[in-house]
Design a protein around this ligand. Sequence first.
Ligand code: NAD
Length: 498
Amino acid sequence: MRQVDHFIAGGAGGGSGRTHKVWNPSTGEVQAEVALGDAALLDRAIETAKKVQPGWAMTNPQRRARVMFRFKELIEANMQELAELLASEHGKVVDDAKGDVQRGLEVIEYACGIPQVLKGEYTLGAGPGIDVYSMRQPIGIGAGITPFNFPAMIPMWMFGMAIAAGNAFILKPSERDPSVPVRLAELFLEAGAPEGLLQVVHGDKEMVDAILDHPDIAGVSFVGSSDIAHYVYKRGVENGKRVQAMGGAKNHGIVMPDADLDQVVNDLAGAAFGSAGERCMALPVVVPVGEETAERLKEKLIPAINALRVGVSTDPDAHYGPVVTPEHKARIEQWIDTAEQEGAEIVIDGRGFSLQGHEKGFFVGPTLIDRVTPQMKSYQEEIFGPVLQIVRAADFEEAVRLPSEHQYGNGVAIFTRNGHAAREFASRVNVGMVGVNVPIPVPVSYHSFGGWKRSAFGDTNQYGTEGLKFWTKVKTVTQRWPDGGGDGSNAFLIPTMG
Ligand code: NAD
């Protein structure tokens, strides 16, 4: 059986005995075992990071950027291999896996501009003979704890910014698809990074707790489900770290009566079912405004959803592949049961789906559920599967209220031809990322990513200038260079600039 090891100090870390199985969701077979680390292993990684980080922080930003450039080229050269490995452990189709790598790569591209974005601020003559300048210095050692659903993109969101800013980084990827993060660390080393700058420690709660409690880790970035995000946030902050912790989502797509419904149906097919719905920016709730819009939309959605092709991750014609584990398949099917028991109408039922020739794979058929109401548990919670729920809104006000009052506030989209309605919606809705006729509004790498409410704890977003803020601290120097000896001022008073 293939073993997935930690990546410490530029090489394999050696397991502590405990392991976790890594599935191939398309075949339903266990394809590897990943080592699960503990506090002692983390200590080793930290010792290495402490040795390498000060030198890296002193390496001029242009040289740091060169490593990022080479890393970018290596990822591009290895794109196919990375995507296939990713697809085989996650289950998403290979083209989608390429998108996963590509969106992370865009953050690396942004990080290549680190000399420009780290320039700092300067005030000449803030007082008589006094100049003030501020700089952003790395926090030291940062850690990232990442979810299974984007095993390439989310690690790169984090370590791309953290390392370019001068930090050492310890990545704790999801134990469900751990191989691509290790490949990324190997490629980073090949790109010229010093050994131990980017290390990968695998593990479960034990390793997460060790990270949160370690006094030498200054900042922790987490992405995963909300209860764990909240736990990570509280424990990390209690230990004096800065923490950003992104959580779950339940994104709504508002469909106004004037929307181009053919376009909406096409967008929803991708946004609700792509990657088997295992995206935090998926659109699992559609909100048609008015009964007439709801009926027209439903009529068009049914054939489009029935035409979706579910396949193994290597099937080039498949729209989406299996979900990540047998437990997750069972959980999604339970949510469909719950929706039915709550009185919603199961229009297309994906339960019990079996793919011919791959009967053991973790497939869930596309599911459409109508007559869902805000009181239903299946609406309030994240399902994270290929399930689209229709919640009918009477008017625009109700359509603004639904996502605004939901516990999650990651993304939302409005489909309309009316610029005023779109503008009004975007400014009033209580959600962090808004799409106008854009179903999955993941911001480009030079903006930044972050939801509101229970979709994110902490106050800085991922990547872009927000990411840079998270991974650096500001130092401000106020300096005076008197000509000659002393200037007679009283050194015991707080100096004023006037
Ligand atoms: P998860 O919360 O199960 O796992 C995330 C990380 O936490 C993993 O590294 C895992 O090993 C660790 N972990 C698991 N159980 C833990 C525990 N009890 N204590 C401490 N750490 C623990 O999430 P997942 O299932 O891997 O990913 C899917 C979730 O992530 C969904 O809720 C999805 O919405 C969310 N997500 C959010 C964003 C965002 O940016 N808001 C992006 C992607 C995914």
